[in-house]
Structure formats: structure tokens, C-alpha cells
Design a protein around this ligand. Structure first.
Ligand code: AMP
Ligand code: GLY
Length: 409
């Protein structure tokens, strides 16, 4: 089959890399791929989803795998499927589990899914009252999509009110017209990325992202600075996670939320057991990079099982542990330095035996340059995975590089 991988970051590069090894995938197509993923497929230029769907059809593409959340919330799956192209990712009407945190919380409360208590506000006077009733630190979440930057954790009530005022006033555009004020949960995070065929919710192996910019989980939240997999949990917590997955699977079907794609469940393992932090209706970044290098199954066949609703017969098999380290450009997440040359990627990767996925990287006059925040993800497997990702980061020739050194299982 011919497959379109939509999106051009390190997550999509990792998905494409894995699909390029599939026996059932003849050819891959991309839309504006980054220069490191480009050799794996052919570029389709399209100005909108309608044109993309028509060109995909003409190329004989039978499956579209959508990486990012924004096109899903804008209805790319609806348009591709209207043109007869099976799509991995929900329709617009079902993307709200990610695109509205307020609705996702209501879904949890209605279905008794363990999560932090919260109140959604759209008025500053109401917010004042809620803040007076919550304990610090205060967790403030923009309701809508904000590129992973819409969650603020604030230490005192005065700063919380200043932030809420700015959010309601449009700090994240229309995404923060509503703000979810949430109880702070203490613990370690866990990402459980499930494949979903509308019937079976099949979890991939556990993976742990690190959202804060700096070592020791300090600094602002980012899209994710690195991940490792698997994550070993004590038996009791593990049981708790699987119990929550059963509840979510049941709730999805009860509410008629059936789609072909991924459901990412962000959890906090608290002293009272696991609780849901968020849902994403797609694969995570950088979790996907850590998972794809470990997956032993033919990923093309796995995707076919999702589309054909045959997931209940699939058993995922995993290789040795992995570490995925994001190499960002200084200034990230506020204003990353762009246009800074990145050299020696390929020679270095093969000499250290790591896999490199391109993210916010571009080609300028035949040279690779940074083009945004998360420039590369370097991934290694095995016992010395952490050391090898760090050796790569250290020896990479990129003057604006920035990375954490403490991400390991
Ligand atoms: P979210 O997009 O809702 O997952 O939030 C982004 C990040 O903020 C999470 O990965 C956590 O690191 C942190 N976070 C979100 N909600 C909470 C909470 N209730 N308590 C503590 N940390 C949180
Ligand atoms: N790594 C978190 C996310 O993809 O949302």
C-alpha cells in the first residue's frame, strides 16, 4: 500500500522510518518533509486538505497517517475519508478529547475516571472565587490547543490571578477564553499511547516524557525534552493503569467515540494511584521516537489492523529499552534561534550508533540549519542508551544546541 504521513517533525520522521521497513508499504508520501525524513518518500505539494486528498487519490494512496493535532481538529480526516482514503486519526467531531480540556474533564467526571479535581471558568470574578477555594500551587490550563504551552503551574494566588486575567484576555488567543483551574497532582508522569480501532484500545509499552525545559524538572513546560521506555511500575500502580484503561475504553464506546487512530493518555502516578492528566488524539512527541525504535512488529501491518478493526488479534512486541533525547535550539520554548547551522549529523550518528530524527530543521544553501525549537531527536537502545544519546548531543556541531542531561530510565 501507499501511505501518506502528514506532519514534518521528529515524531512523523520516526513513524515514517518505521513504516519504511514494512513489508506491506510500497511507498511513502509526505507534505513538506523536513530534510532528514525527505529521502524516505515523495513530497506532495498541496495548499489545502481538499487538494491534498485529490492528489493523494491520484497517487493511489490508500492510508493517511496524521501526526499533529491541529489538522485533526481542523477536520483533515473528514476530508481524506470523503475522498475514500482511510485515515489514522479522528474526525473533527471527535478530536475534542484533545482540543478541549474542559470537555475532556467533563468526560472524566461523567465516567468516574480518576483525575485531578477542577473547575472551568470563563469569567474573572468566578476565577477569583475558585482560586480562593484551591490550594497552591495552582494549575491553570487553556481550554483549547496551545502547542503544548497552554498549561501554567503557579506558586501563589496573586500570580495565578494575574495569569488567569491574561489568559481570559487572550494570552493563547481563543484557546484561553476558558481556563481550567485544576488541583495540583504530585508524582511521576507516565504516557500511555494506545492504538484504537473504535473497538479495541491497545496500549503500547509505557514511556515517560520530560516536559520541563531544565534538568531536575525545572523551568517552563515545553512540548517534551526527552523520553525513555519502558517505564517500570510497581505491580499495584501497573494494575491501576490498566484499570483506568478499561474504564476509558468502556467510556469511549458508551459515548460513541469511535475512531481509527491513537489515543495518548497522559497520567500522573500519585500516592493515591494513577490519575489522568490529559488526552491527545495522536501519537506523542518525543514518546513516539522512543517507541518506534523498540517496536518489533511490522508497523504497516499494525496500521492495517487498526483500519480493518482487527486490533483485538494484535500482540505488540518490544525490543530492548530506549532513550530519546531532544536537541533544542537555545531560546526554546519562547523564541528559539533559527538559521543556525547543524553539521556532522549523519557521520556522528553512525559512529555512535544512534538513530536521529529530524524536527525543526531546514536546508539552506545545501546546509542543515535550525528552523524552530526542537531541532532533532537522537535515540539509542540498550544499556548505554543514555550515554550514547549524550555523546551525540555533546559532539554535535550546532552552536545553539540545548538539551537536558538527566533523562534516563
Ligand atoms: P497537560 O497538557 O494537561 O498534560 O499538561 C502539561 C503538563 O503539565 C503535564 O505533562 C504535567 O507535567 C503538568 N500538569 C498538568 N496537569 C497537572 C496537574 N494537575 N498537576 C501537576 N502537574 C500537571
Ligand atoms: N510529549 C507530549 C505530547 O506529545 O503532547
Amino acid at each position: 500500500m501507499k501511505v501518506l504521513v502528514y506532519g514534518n517533525g521528529a515524531r512523523e520522521h520516526a513513524l515514517a522510518w518505521k513504516l519504511s521497513q514494512s513489508k506491506v508499504v510500497d511507498k511513502l508520501f509526505f507534505v513538506n518533509p523536513n530534510p532528514l525524513m525527505e529521502p524516505l518518500g515523495e513530497n506532495i505539494a498541496a495548499n489545502d486538505f481538499e487538494e491534498l486528498a485529490m492528489k493523494s487519490k491520484a497517487q493511489g494512496i490508500s492510508l493517511a497517517l496524521i501526526g499533529p493535532e491541529v489538522p485533526l481538529a481542523a477536520g483533515i480526516a473528514d476530508i481524506m475519508e470523503a475522498h475514500g482514503i482511510a485515515t489514522f486519526g479522528p474526525h473533527k467531531a471527535q478530536a475534542w478529547l484533545e482540543s478541549s480540556k474542559a470537555r475532556a474533564k467533563e468526560f472524566n467526571f461523567r465516567n468516574n475516571i480518576p483525575c485531578a479535581s477542577s473547575v472551568t471558568v470563563d469569567d474573572f470574578e468566578d476565577a477569583k472565587k475558585v482560586i480562593s477555594e484551591f490550594e497552591p500551587p495552582y494549575v491553570l490550563k487553556a481550554d483549547g490547543l496551545a502547542g503544548g504551552k497552554g498549561v501554567l503551574i503557579v506558586e501563589n494566588s496573586d500570580s495565578a490571578l494575574v495569569e488567569i486575567k491574561s489568559m481570559l484576555g487572550g494570552k493563547f488567543g481563543t484557546s484561553s477564553k476558558k481556563v481550567v483551574i485544576e488541583e495540583f497532582l504530585d508524582g511521576e508522569e507516565l504516557s500511555v499511547i494506545c492504538l484504537y480501532d473504535g473497538e479495541t484500545l491497545l496500549p503500547m509499552d509505557f514511556v515517560r516524557d520530560h516536559k520541563r525545559l531544565l534538568n531536575d524538572n525545572k523551568g517552563p513546560n515545553t512540548g517534551g525534552m526527552g523520553a525513555y521506555s519502558p517505564v517500570m511500575l510497581p505491580e499495584r500502580e501497573k494494575k491501576g493503569v490498566f484499570e483506568i484503561l478499561r474504564e476509558i475504553s468502556h467510556a469511549l464506546k458508551k459515548e460513541g467515540i469511535r475512531y481509527h487512530g491513537a489515543l495518548y493518555i497522559g497520567m500522573m502516578i500519585t500516592k493515591d494511584g494513577p490519575k489522568v492528566l490529559e488526552y491527545n488524539v495522536r501519537f506523542g512527541d518525543p514518546e513516539t521516537q522512543a517507541l518506534m525504535v523498540r517496536l518489533k512488529n511490522d508497523f504497516g501491518k499494525v496500521l492495517e489492523s487498526v483500519i480493518k478493526r482487527h486490533l483485538n488479534g494484535v500482540k505488540l512486541r518490544w525490543g530492548e529499552n530506549s532513550n530519546a533525547l531532544v536537541i533544542a535550539s537555545q531560546g526554546y520554548p519562547r523564541s528559539p534561534q533559527k538559521g543556525i547551522e547543524v553539521s556532522n549529523v549523519e557521520e556522528l550518528a553512525s559512529s555512535i550508533n544512534v538513530t536521529v530524527f529530524g524536527g525543526a530543521i531546514a536546508k539552506k544553501e545545501e546546509k542543515l540549519v535550525s528552523d524552530g525549537g526542537r531541532v532533532l531527536t537522537v535515540v539509542a537502545t540498550g544499556r548505554d542508551a543514555h550515554e550514547r544519546t549524550l555523546a551525540f548531543a555533546k559532539r554535535l556541531k550546532f552552536d545553539a544546541k540545548f538539551y537536558r542531561t538527566d533523562i534516563c530510565g
